[in-house]
Design a protein around this ligand. Structure first.
Ligand SMILES: Nc1nc2c(ncn2[C@@H]2O[C@H](COP(=O)(O)OP(=O)(O)O)[C@@H](O)[C@H]2O)c(=O)[nH]1
Ligand SMILES: [Mg+2]
Length: 408
């Protein structure tokens, strides 16, 4: 079997897509040329219909746009969306176009909170204890580069680079640009929102970092975190200064012709907000999220719920389909996840479904799905507990997609 895997295709990547295929395939390299019917759910009639519209193999299917193909063939758009994504995953694997590790770069001036943010994110959604706060405030400046290997969203292996922000290091990174910045999937640029006197210096550095990326062939998706935005700093003067900063940030991105960025305020003392902010960035890594959100929407209709969410074991929000209760649902679920992790770690108890009754017809349900050694959490605001069983089926349907969340 291994002999047939193209170079660069790990056995793991191939195992993960088994569930999408109708039969055992021996030679992965041939996949792009095979009929779309190798994908589960595409019947011979559908295969013929696709062929009539010149979608004769998996490669062709992977290049389609679901909207136009749906108009041409009359096949439902959300169904097509799934098949097209399966085709993209298969083609990526067969062509060896899968990097097993993503690279996330945290950059910015010194003392803006990069290391504190990474540490807070890595310890999970645990309320910051007095001890921890002490360690955070005692952080010294990071010397040079620090690397952290983590698993995010259950199946995304990532390397987080924490770039020491002192001037001597900043200059060095810019010189060794390819080595440090090359192949970045996400850039998180942190600015100290309270240090008004250094805004210009921060903007200059952001400018140089983006220039380096341009010279390396492209600017990755960028989140600019205006950090140390603690609850007590909000005053009209603060908001005015920060509004101006946002305008200047937007100007820099216009100059380098990138609209793939967003600006967010963060504080390590508001862990839940920080988790949501980082989740939003992380979702840009994966192209299968529209499918996952589509599945949440379908099940929302089935369950009579307009609020469903999917979290990983650190309480990072993988997917969000909410309209009414975004804040209530995310806050409650993060705390339930933390509670469950505490029960497991401290008392060796494995909590199953957790519920909070808000009223007679309104229940927050959080259901852990343990897959192999990973756990994800499906949460929703439901009209009754009886419906919570459906979340298991939802979990089954989501599983192959989440396993492949980092592939394309
Ligand atoms: N008030 C406040 N202080 C923060 C926040 N984030 C980090 N800090 C503090 O800022 C200092 C520098 O943080 P550090 O993570 O070492 O910055 P780095 O040089 O960018 O890695 C430390 O004393 C942190 O405790 C925040 O959100 N609010
Ligand atoms: Mg640091």
């Amino acid at each position: 079997m291994d002999a047939c895997l193209p170079i660069g295709v790990g056995r793991m990547s191939f195992q993960r897509v088994r569930e999408f295929l109708t039969k055992e395939l021996v030679d992965v390299k041939r996949i792009p040329k095979l009929s779309p019917q190798i994908i589960v759910g595409i019947s011979s009639d559908t295969g013929r219909l696709l062929k009539e519209h010149n979608v004769k193999n998996v490669k062709k299917l992977s290049q389609q746009d679901s909207r136009s193909l749906s108009q041409l063939t009359g096949i439902g758009r959300s169904q097509l969306e799934k098949w097209i994504h399966v085709a993209r995953i298969l083609v990526a694997i067969s062509e060896g176009n899968v990097r097993d590790q993503k690279k996330i770069v945290f950059s910015g001036l010194d003392n803006v909170g990069k290391t504190a943010i990474i540490q807070t994110l890595m310890t999970g959604c645990v309320p910051v204890s007095v001890n921890q706060q002490k360690t955070l405030t005692e952080l010294g400046p990071t010397e040079g580069l620090r690397r952290e290997e983590v698993t995010l969203f259950g199946w995304i292996q990532a390397e987080i680079l924490d770039m020491g922000g002192l001037e001597q290091y900043r200059l060095k990174y810019l010189e060794e640009k390819g080595e440090v910045f090359g192949q970045t999937d996400l850039l998180v640029f942190v600015i100290d929102a309270q240090d008004y006197g250094r805004f210009n210096e921060a903007l200059d550095y952001l400018n140089s970092v983006l220039d380096v990326y341009s010279s390396l062939g492209g600017i990755p998706y960028t989140a600019v975190f205006l950090n140390k935005w603690d609850a007590e700093v909000e005053s009209p003067d603060h908001l005015e200064r920060l509004e101006l900063l946002r305008k200047n940030i937007a100007k820099i991105f216009r100059k380098v012709r990138s609209d793939r960025f967003h600006v967010d305020n963060t504080s390590v003392f508001e862990a839940e907000k920080l988790f949501l902010s980082f989740s939003t960035v992380l979702r840009k890594i994966s192209n299968v999220l529209p499918v996952i959100e589509g599945i949440l929407r379908e099940y929302g209709d089935l369950l009579g719920s307009r609020d469903l969410m999917l979290f990983d074991d650190k309480a990072l929000l993988i997917a969000d389909y909410t309209s009414n209760y975004q804040k209530v649902l995310s806050t409650t679920t993060m705390r339930m996840i933390w509670l469950r992790e505490t029960l497991t770690n401290n008392y060796s108890l494995k909590a199953s479904t957790m519920t909070v009754e808000l009223g007679p017809n309104q229940i927050i349900v959080c259901k852990p799905a343990d897959w192999e050694d990973k756990t994800v959490y499906i949460a929703g605001v439901l009209p009754s507990t009886e419906k919570s069983g459906v979340l298991n089926i939802l979990g089954e349907e989501l599983q192959p997609w989440i396993r492949n969340i980092g592939i394309i």
